[in-house]
Design a protein around this ligand. Structure first.
Ligand code: ATP
Ligand code: MG
Length: 138
């Protein structure tokens, strides 16, 4: 069993895509063991994406991530990290495989609807960033 952190980004929430994303998680046997809606502050967004601090898109990305509420979830399952990244599709929706969330719904390389942890260490950091032990079921 593996855990990963999923975010429905501000564009996904604003466009009413939360139900569609959650449906795909459920259909693909990624069990949601924690979930909440929140709006990050700029400094929380910068901390979350700290690995990208030196990238040219960092300022724009963190502005986007605080532009509205997000839905954060913990997903659990066998190979959850890899399976969820497959469901999301490539960062750039133009390169994403058919049937992936980003291929179907992203409008921009930045506004790509969802986030998923990219490895076990990242997942542990990201889960701890948003959830304490009392908020995690199962
Ligand atoms: P995420 O971490 O959000 O799941 P990812 O792992 O597919 O996405 P990263 O390389 O970690 O992609 O980039 C983090 C986010 O930064 C992307 O999801 C996207 O919103 C934004 N981003 C990445 N590359 C670019 C770019 N070249 N221009 C603008 N925004 C970008
Ligand atoms: Mg990433």
């Amino acid at each position: 069993m593996e855990r990963t952190l999923s975010i429905i980004k501000p564009d996904g929430v604003a466009r009413g895509l939360a139900g569609e994303v959650i449906k795909r998680l459920e259909q693909n046997n990624l069990k949601i063991t924690a979930m909440k809606m929140l709006r990050m502050t700029k400094s929380q967004a910068k901390g979350f994406y700290d690995v990208h601090r030196e990238r040219p898109f960092f300022e724009s990305l963190t502005d986007f991530m605080v532009s509205g509420p997000i839905i954060v979830m913990i997903l659990e399952g066998e190979n959850a990290i890899g399976r969820y990244r497959e469901l999301m599709g490539a960062t750039d929706y133009r390169e994403a495989a058919q049937g992936t969330i980003r291929k179907d719904f992203a409008t921009d390389i930045e506004k790509n609807v969802v986030h998923g942890s990219d490895g076990p260490e990242t997942a542990a950091f990201e889960i701890g960033y948003f959830f304490n032990s009392f908020e995690i079921t199962g």
